[in-house]
Design a binder for this molecule. Structure first.
Ligand SMILES: [Fe+2]
Length: 173
């Protein structure tokens, strides 16, 4: 038997923890989201439930610990990296005899992150930007990406994955 009676938190209380909850326009969905959090909070901590203060102290990134998340972004490098990430693509691709665009022999040897770095290096592009070009795709998965590169890498895949999905849906029609 439980020794503590869990309180029930509604939308208003849960929104104290997650202000964006009130941005859900669909009232029923908003209430359901709050109900899910209510259950997690009141039944968690081994059934004892968590107080809001405890939750705020624990932070939801839980295992990340006490990391100061203040950081600066080198915006110029991020923009330049975003603009140049695919600059190697014109070198990666070629046209076959029928005019169809294909990955060329050079592109098979060196995908665009590599040729992009080579090209940008020739033009004196700084290392911070070369790093973004080099690591933006899966070629960079074994590399510790800079903050700017992490941002661009994720943004690039949001775009790529959505394009892939839309392409698949269109093919089904
Ligand atoms: Fe790319």
């Amino acid at each position: 038997m439980k020794t503590t009676q869990p309180t029930n938190y509604g939308v208003e209380e849960i929104a104290e923890l997650f202000p964006s909850l009130v941005q859900i326009k669909d009232e029923s969905l908003r209430e359901k989201v709050a109900a899910v959090w209510n259950e997690a909070i009141t039944t968690g901590c081994g059934g004892k439930g968590w107080t809001f203060d405890e939750l705020r102290a624990v932070r939801f990134t839980l295992l990340a610990g006490d990391i100061d998340m203040t950081f600066a972004i080198q915006r110029d490098y991020l923009i330049a990296g975003a603009l140049l990430a695919d600059v190697g693509k014109p070198l990666e691709y070629d046209k076959d005899a029928s005019g169809k665009v294909i990955q060329g022999k050079f592109g098979q040897q060196l995908r665009h992150p590599f040729s992009g770095v080579a090209l940008a290096y020739k033009h004196g592009i700084p290392g911070e930007v070369l790093h973004i070009i080099a690591t933006h795709s899966h070629e960079g998965d074994k590399v510790e990406r800079s903050i700017e590169s992490i941002i661009f890498h994720h943004a690039d895949f949001v775009d790529f994955d959505i394009a892939k999905l839309l392409g698949k849906r269109a093919a089904k029609k």
